[in-house]
Write a protein that binds this ligand. Structure first.
Ligand SMILES: Cc1ncc(COP(=O)(O)O)c(C=O)c1O
Length: 400
């Protein structure tokens, strides 16, 4: 399966020796996604929602069809729940500023977790400060699992939102989102799930699990940079205010006032990333065309195999050992700075990430300034793990 899938990603033909283990930062794009973007420019290029001519009408139809496709991807039968954004970061900022801000009063609180990416941390921290509200942080244990008992205790009548990542981009922890949503909903608290690391392979089924807000990025699920999704549950769509002001989002403008379109159209101020959305649609088709169960089993197998192989190297210390770990592993190599480890691996064409992975509060808790992180996708193989471990052994020898 892997070699067949890998052959659909042209980057690996350009760089046959590449061992790409930085999929949590961005995945590669299959030819079908690249073609969808190119074909749009070649055959259909025009602006949407404005032109009274065939090309523009076709582009508008294709754009709105992708909205339908994205809704269906999440098992929602309402395309009106889907807003296109520039990525997870923008989706979260929209919920913070357009939904939570007006409901948040002094003394209220926002609940997030210790393992959030800065994208799901700073917007809430800034909002809490601005509104004299409290930012409550769900603790984790030393293995990297959320303390769900403590989570339950943090929720009360003044909690205005829970914002939690599905998968930690640093530790790989797969959080029990069903439990989190259930506990929050029992108290009528809306939940935002940061699905940046899960949207590519995990079924995000809004019928099975009533998410209130889902945020994810195209580029982490084989789609283009600069594309993202905000899903908002039907019950909240009317509560989302416009976020940026400008053309394309209005029903009526007078000298005195403006009446806006409804969600999600009032979030599209200015010209949207039309070609990007075409690419995102192709990425969804690509994912739907895969056996996602097999793909997930494959990534889980690589995670387990990599953990086992890394543990055989005495000088390697794993950072985090969560109960359920989804395709992402952090580690340290002796006292060698993670940046030096990554540079050394790069000489062998092994691409890993080193640093704090935009999770500085988490790393402060773990008392380490940085880690080396490897992250897998569908085109990785056990041989990639073997290359990594051989290179690490070489580094340790070189360093002693
Ligand atoms: C868990 C998580 N949330 C949010 C983000 C931000 O995504 P983007 O930069 O695409 O907006 C990332 C990016 O790495 C992430 O891993």
């Amino acid at each position: 399966m892997v070699s067949q899938i890998k052959s659909r990603f042209p980057i690996f033909q350009q760089h046959p020796g590449l061992v790409y283990l930085d999929n949590a930062a961005t995945t590669h794009r299959p030819q079908a996604v690249i073609d969808a973007i190119t074909n749009f420019y070649v055959a259909d290029n025009s602006n949407i929602h404005r032109g009274m001519y065939e090309l523009s009408a076709n582009a508008t139809t294709a754009y709105e069809n992708t909205r339908r496709k994205t809704a269906a991807f999440l098992e929602s039968d309402n395309p009106g729940t889907i807003a296109f954004t520039t990525g997870t970061t923008e989706s979260i900022n929209i919920v913070a500023r357009s939904f939570v801000e007006k409901r948040l009063h002094p003394g209220d609180n926002i609940v997030i977790t210790m393992m959030e990416h800065h994208a799901n941390f700073i917007p809430w921290q800034m909002l809490a400060k601005a509104r004299s509200a409290e930012l409550r942080i769900v603790p984790i244990n030393e293995k990297g699992d959320l303390d769900l008992r403590e989570f339950g205790k943090l929720l009360d009548a003044k909690t205005k939102i829970v914002a939690c990542t599905h998968i930690s981009n640093t530790l790989g922890t797969v959080n029990d989102i069903a439990k989190i949503v259930d506990a929050a909903h029992k108290k009528d608290i809306p939940v935002l799930v940061d699905a940046a690391q899960s949207a590519a392979l995990y079924a995000l089924n809004v019928r099975e699990l009533p998410y209130d807000f889902l945020a994810f990025s195209g580029h982490k699920m084989f789609g283009p940079f600069g594309t993202g999704v905000l899903y908002t549950a039907d019950k909240y769509v009317a509560d989302i205010l416009p976020y940026n002001f400008g053309g394309g989002i209005i029903q009526d403008v007078t000298l005195e006032d403006t009446i806006f379109k409804k969600y999600p159209y009032h979030l599209d101020a200015g010209t949207p990333n039309v070609s990007g959305v075409m690419g995102l649609g192709a990425a969804i088709d690509f994912i739907k065309g895969m056996d996602t169960k097999q793909a997930m089993d494959h990534v889980n197998d690589l995670t387990t195999y990599c953990r086992e192989q890394l543990l055989k190297i005495d000088e390697v210390k794993l950072v985090g050992w969560p109960k359920s770990q989804g395709g992402i592993i952090s580690f340290l190599v002796r006292d060698i700075h993670p940046h030096d480890v990554a540079s050394f691996l790069d000489k062998d064409h092994i691409a890993v990430r080193a640093g704090m992975h935009c999770t500085q509060p988490l790393l402060a808790f773990l008392e380490t300034p940085a880690t080396v992180r490897v992250s897998f996708s569908i085109y990785n193989q056990r041989a990639d793990v073997d290359h990594l471990c051989d290179a690490l052994r070489g580094l340790i020898k070189f360093w002693s």
